[in-house]
Write a protein that binds this ligand. Structure first.
Ligand code: SF4
Length: 393
């Protein structure tokens, strides 16, 4: 009998462990660092000292979904687009340390100058949604649209949460990027350029914007499944559709359900339900308010003291907001997480204090680790798509 433990890890297992590369996707790869131990009691002091030594040469960006221990060291916090713009507005910073996920660091590299280097403290911090649309799959989809005779009248609109390759595809084919705050403006613009929209990669943001904000019907939208021949759609379905949605979703926001909305309304009488537009359409339809992370933060800021809220977005942010508003001084607002079974974004959580300390101390020693660099050709077209977004009316 052969050795029972002689089992080779699968490529997927290695990817999940952050020990293997997947060159075909934007997902992160091996983190080669000699990381400090998570139990090192000096981690906070070490991060502080390294940051101080680097001074203005380093600028640390912290996405809203990052852990508290990391956010503490961010020079600015925000959503992915705000952070990319903040990076672009700091040409004096030689190093941009992006505490977020891979596609965000790519966008920062695209928008910053050639002398600036963008560092992602853990290369395994990818985004499952961005991974759901690869360059090959999207090129194949465009062939399917061409065969059906609709590519000439279709304008791609890609969510910020996509790889640089997908942004470049969008730029090359006359499309624009959008965020969760300007998706309606992006679709309005796209419909002024063509007859149909190919929305990548988040089906929920695309559907919610089309139906909730643009007054289209669910029947106007079709779902392109990259794992089925021809996307699982007939040429007739493609010709009749107004919006062709890519079959991608966020593994965090996609888990909130109608039941969680019903349950929280029973549990907390008078609660207002506020969710992110990456949630499913039925969840968005049942909520009181819908908006991006920046919208959620502003809405809670403006909410009257004593009001009660159930929030459907990533747990790190909701916890921070709950803590901030739990005291009388901050307005004493009751903030609950919409669904107790939904957990943190696992890839966002990969950036922890040991990785941040390692990245910063390496920079102090003159070594740039985990640099994220987009090739010039991809950058050129991805930038074109991003610039179209910046010019949206
Ligand atoms: S929260 Fe969702 S969209 Fe954001 S990084 Fe995590 S998986 Fe990607």
């Amino acid at each position: 009998m052969g050795p029972l433990l002689d089992v080779q890890p699968t490529p997927l297992a290695l990817l999940l462990l952050g020990r293997e590369a997947d060159p075909k996707s934007e997902r992160g790869v091996e983190c080669p660092g000699d990381l400090p131990s998570p139990s090192d009691p000096d981690l906070v002091a070490r991060a502080r000292a390294a940051k101080e030594k680097l001074g203005d040469r380093v600028f640390i960006l912290g996405h809203h979904y990052q852990r508290d221990e990391v956010i503490e060291f961010a020079d600015v916090t925000g959503d992915s687009f705000k952070l990319a713009r903040e990076a672009a507005a700091r040409p004096e910073a030689e190093y941009i340390v992006f505490c977020g996920v891979h596609f965000m660091a790519e966008s920062a590299d695209i928008l910053t100058g050639p002398a600036q280097q963008v560092v992602l403290p853990d290369l395994a911090a990818g985004c499952s949604m961005a991974d759901m649309a690869t360059a090959e799959q999207v090129a194949e989809c465009w062939d399917v649209l061409t065969e059906a005779g609709v590519a000439g009248t279709t304008v791609p609109v890609s969510y910020m949460n996509s790889s640089a390759d997908i942004k470049a595809f969008t730029g090359r084919h006359g499309g624009t990027i959008c965020t969760s705050s300007n998706a309606k403006r992006a679709l309005d613009w796209a419909f002024a350029q063509g007859e149909k929209v190919l929305f990548l990669p988040d089906q929920h943001l695309g559907r919610n914007t089309a139906v909730r904000d643009m007054g289209l019907s669910l029947e106007d939208c079709v779902l392109y499944n990259p794992h089925k021949p021809n996307g699982g759609l007939t040429p007739r379905q493609l010709r009749d559709a107004k919006v062709i949605l890519w079959r991608g979703h966020c593994s965090v926001h996609g888990r909130f359900s109608l039941d969680s909305v019903r349950e929280v309304r029973e549990r907390i009488p008078g609660v207002r339900v506020l969710v992110h537009p990456e949630c499913k359409n039925e969840v968005v339809a049942a909520a009181d308010e819908v908006g991006s992370t920046e919208y959620i933060i502003k809405a809670l800021d403006a909410a009257p003291p004593g009001s009660k809220w159930a929030i459907g977005t990533e747990l790190n942010l909701v916890r921070r907001l709950a803590k901030r508003y739990a005291t009388e001084g901050a307005g004493n607002k009751e903030i609950a997480f919409l669904d107790k079974t939904v957990c943190f974004c696992s890839t966002m959580n990969r950036i922890d204090l040991p990785h941040l300390v390692w990245a910063l101390e390496s920079l102090v020693d003159g070594t740039v680790v985990n640099r994220i660099e987009v090739d010039p050709e991809t950058e050129k077209y991805a930038k074109l798509a991003l610039e179209r977004m910046l010019a949206l009316p």
